[in-house]
Design a protein. Structure first.
Length: 317
């Protein structure tokens, strides 16, 4: 509603609380209120709110329409998780051809044909590392997922050479528990041995990354040699069901959970503990009831999207 120019975000929230807003003919008073701009009708004080039929929202009166995009991608090997290759990297010699190899593929190249506009990759991974990267044009969400102070964890599966001694696991576990904090549901065991043979150990590691603690530095400081690294989750969003090199739009459930984890929305009544845990991890004050703007609900090439009534806050960063 705020994006459609009805009123300020706070006033729109107050209008909903006063029962002045109807969605599909029904009065709504509880926040957040999720809607689909393509199919739902919204009236505020008896006047129809003109929503973007293409699945987006417009930022204020007289401004161009901005469709909020939220994508989960399973980054494949030999792909950069940045927006473009650096000039030095592009000029390096390809060992197979003995000539400059040119720009390397990026995660944005994998969605270029979808015509989604400018997106920010969230969750940097090495060129040969694989797994979950989130692409979005929501600057505020990207910022909160990037900075450790907001407490959104990452989960990795790491394959290392040989067996990992128990004393090494204990030191790693201590560092990880300190990064996650006592409120994290997996803080009691942030590193698990999934399998091991005489030549390889498979670890699952959950941590809050920061300049002082990253997955690569954690493994290096432990003296382990990485064979393969896969990020399996960012907060509540996982790569389950997404093939390597493929991507999908976040559905409403995943988007809401991610917004809650980032402190941008309150948990629904059925999951009140999510907002509490997110605030404890980030050390922030309880957020205002911000309704997350909608993410598209179909796979690549689809058109559906969900929006939110009450005005969602999204930066351009």
């Amino acid at each position: 509603m705020a994006d459609a120019g009805v009123a300020s975000r706070r006033e729109c929230e107050a209008m909903i609380a006063r029962g002045e807003v109807r969605v599909n003919g029904k009065v709504v008073t509880d926040l957040p209120v999720f809607i689909n701009p393509r199919t739902d009708t919204v009236f505020a004080n008896g006047r129809k709110v003109e929503l973007d039929g293409g699945g987006g929202t417009s930022r204020g009166r007289g401004r161009s329409t901005v469709r909020r995009i939220y994508i989960a991608m399973n980054k494949p090997d030999r792909t950069l998780s940045t927006t473009k290759d650096d000039p030095y990297g592009a000029s390096e010699t390809d060992p197979d051809t003995d000539s400059p190899r040119g720009p390397r593929r990026t995660v944005l190249d994998l969605v270029a044909d979808a015509g989604l506009g400018r997106l920010f990759p969230v969750g940097r991974l090495g060129f040969h590392d694989t797994g979950l990267v989130i692409l979005t044009n929501d600057g505020e969400l990207a910022n909160r997922l990037t900075h450790a102070r907001y407490g959104v964890s990452r989960t990795y599966v790491v394959f290392v050479r040989g067996r990992v001694p128990n004393e090494v696991l204990a030191r790693m576990r201590e560092k990880l528990a300190a990064s996650l904090g006592p409120a994290h549901p997996r803080a009691a065991d942030p590193i698990q041995v999934l399998s091991h043979t005489g030549t390889e150990t498979e670890l699952e590691v959950t941590l809050r990354e920061s300049p002082k603690l990253r997955i690569d530095s954690l493994i290096f400081d432990a003296g382990l040699k990485v064979k393969r690294l896969v990020r399996t989750a960012i907060g509540p969003v996982s790569i389950r069901g997404i093939a390597s090199g493929s991507w999908k739009f976040l559905d409403r459930k995943d988007l809401e959970s991610l917004m809650v984890a980032a402190g941008l929305a309150e948990a629904s009544a059925s999951r009140p503990e999510q907002a509490t845990d997110a605030r404890r991890r980030s050390g922030t004050k309880p957020p205002r009831r911000v309704s997350p703007v909608g993410g598209a609900r179909t796979r690549a090439g689809g058109a559906g999207a969900s929006g939110a009534v009450g005005g969602a806050r999204a930066g351009s960063g």
